[in-house]
Ligand binder design. Structure first.
Ligand code: GLU
Length: 505
């Protein structure tokens, strides 16, 4: 048997990162088993449909490296109005892969379900349904369709008049969902609603479409969030009614925020676009998501490349409990991946962040490129997200005005001693040639000794004076990049601040 799994996002918005994690599981499982990973677009919810999100979803999956073996082809994408459709077209033998292109198939199955005695037409008006619900609410009964049309004579509702088609759920008995992760989950049929399968606009509901598509697309394993479990028995009934084989179900626990509540905007980024814009590397996010809810056997290792994850992935080891999304851990992991990049590669990754902040021109002039390539090694160790480069390096791009006097006074030092230290530092640095990190370090360390200070005291003052900020990349390299002339000028300006301060007293 060839494993065939699918990711079936609804284009009502961006995919929630929890669903992206589930896509990663599907993808890993397909790659591990030498199977196929299919992308299907579930656009049957016409009220919340936002066609432009199809591209956003596809861009996000691609950026993360989740390539699909089958998915919407060019014609389908053009039909839904996507520009540059060819760029995103994959196609495959079981299309169409966008549900709105499959309406005829759903209608046929719905009609067949009627013939097989598993479905019926219903023309109850919205007003009647609302009244039923209101009555049920008042009587504290379960809210469900009261099956008014279920026992009408077969021809009572003509196929030509507006109506919906509902599933005829057996009134007794039980339906069991066999689930790889949850085990057997048993449902009493009496608690299940006569679900609408086909709406009056001819569109199927999710419940019918997903079964028809999974069947005809020969999906072997349905790996999805466990919020879909309660409605799964209704879908199993459709499989049974049609005499189709039920796929293997793997309902994975949802992803919670660090506080144990459902992961949402409150906690931080929740879409691929947001993570991308904040400067997470796709390899890091992929590694992180892949380990959200299971762990490879043995060892404490957490950094795995794509091939290792494919090798290690085991659907049967997915935890029964919800996974918790730790932004802190993701930041750490991203830092690890950032440090692995070569200087050139990291520069290329950082450049758009500098450009978006308006610090570097687009295209980047060659001299600026040279200068910034020297900056990269200085900040590599400190970055957790690419976007942080802006705060770490801003002082390199703008004029630094001297900080207020209190910032220039070293820890446990007097203003006079701090001023003296700055003056000596300027004298010492004026002599350093070439003005490189290696050449700057020894005389500044000697100055620490000479002045009887701690390194942190002297370097802290110099850092404030030359960068205008408390934290900056390592000092010696930073000074080298600022250059002798500017370094000396900034030190002199800082001295004046302290001089004025003491004059004023
Ligand atoms: N369209 C559904 C969603 O966006 C797919 C659920 C499933 O995988 O069956 O969540």
């Amino acid at each position: 048997m060839t494993v065939r799994v699918r990711m079936a996002p609804s284009p009502t918005g961006e995919m929630h990162i929890g669903n992206v994690r589930t896509a990663v599981f599907n993808w890993l499982f397909a790659r591990k088993m030498g199977g196929q990973f299919i992308l299907r677009i579930e656009d049957t919810d016409r009220t919340r449909y936002r066609p432009e999100t199809i591209r956003v979803i596809m861009d996000g999956l691609r950026w993360l490296g989740l390539d699909w073996d089958e998915g919407p082809g060019a014609e389908e994408l053009e039909r839904v109005g996507m520009a540059n459709a060819a760029e995103y077209a994959v196609g495959g033998p079981y299309g169409p892969y966008i549900q709105s292109g499959r309406l005829e198939m759903y209608r046929q199955v719905a009609e067949e379900l009627i013939e097989r005695g598993w479905a019926y037409r219903c023309n109850c008006s919205p007003e009647r349904l609302a009244a039923v619900r209101a009555r049920q609410r008042a009587n504290k009964e379960m809210i469900m369709y009261d099956r008014h049309c279920r026992n009408l004579p077969p021809d009572a509702i003509s196929p030509d008049e507006p109506h919906v088609i509902r599933l005829k759920v057996p009134l007794s008995g039980r339906t069991v969902v066999h689930d790889v992760i949850k085990g057997d989950v048993v449902f009493d049929n009496s608690g299940l609603d006569d679900q609408v399968l086909l709406k009056s606009d001819g569109f199927p509901t999710y419940h019918l479409a997903v079964v028809v598509d999974d069947h005809f697309m020969k999906i072997t394993h349905v790996i999805r969030g466990d919020d879909w479990i309660p409605s799964t028995p209704k879908r199993i009934m459709i499989y049974q009614a049609m005499g189709w084989e039920v796929p293997v179900y793997c309902h994975v626990p949802l992803v919670n925020g660090p506080d144990g509540r459902k992961l949402s905007k409150r906690h931080g980024a929740t879409s691929i676009t947001e993570f991308r814009e904040q400067g997470y590397l796709p390899e890091a996010l992929f590694n992180f998501l892949a380990l959200l809810g299971w762990a490879p056997g043995g060892g404490e290792q957490e950094i795995f490349d794509r091939e290792e994850l494919i090798e290690e992935f085991d659907l049967f080891r997915v935890n029964k409990a919800s996974a918790s999304f730790s932004y802190k851990k993701l930041d750490w992991m991203n830092g690890v991946y950032i440090r692995r990049l070569s200087t050139d590669d990291l520069f290329e990754q950082l450049l758009p962040f500098w450009q978006r902040a308006g610090l570097v021109a687009d295209p980047c002039p060659p001299e600026e490129r040279e200068r910034l390539l020297a900056v990269v090694p200085l900040i590599r160790e400190r970055l957790r997200k690419l976007s942080e480069v802006v705060q770490w390096t801003e002082f390199l791009f703008r004029e630094v005005s001297p900080p207020p006097a209190e910032k220039l006074v070293g820890k446990k030092m007097t203003p006079e001693a701090s001023l003296a230290a700055l003056r000596r530092a300027r004298e010492v640095l004026a002599e350093v040639t070439p003005f490189t990190a290696e050449a700057i370090e020894p005389p500044l360390r000697a100055l620490v000794e000479e002045l009887g200070l701690k390194p942190g005291q002297l370097f802290g003052i110099i850092r404030w004076a030359t960068t205008g900020q408390k934290v900056a990349p390592p000092l010696f390299g930073t000074l080298a990049i600022i250059g002798r002339e500017k370094t000396l000028a900034r030190l002199a300006a800082a001295e004046r601040v302290l001089e004025e301060e003491s004059d004023g007293e």
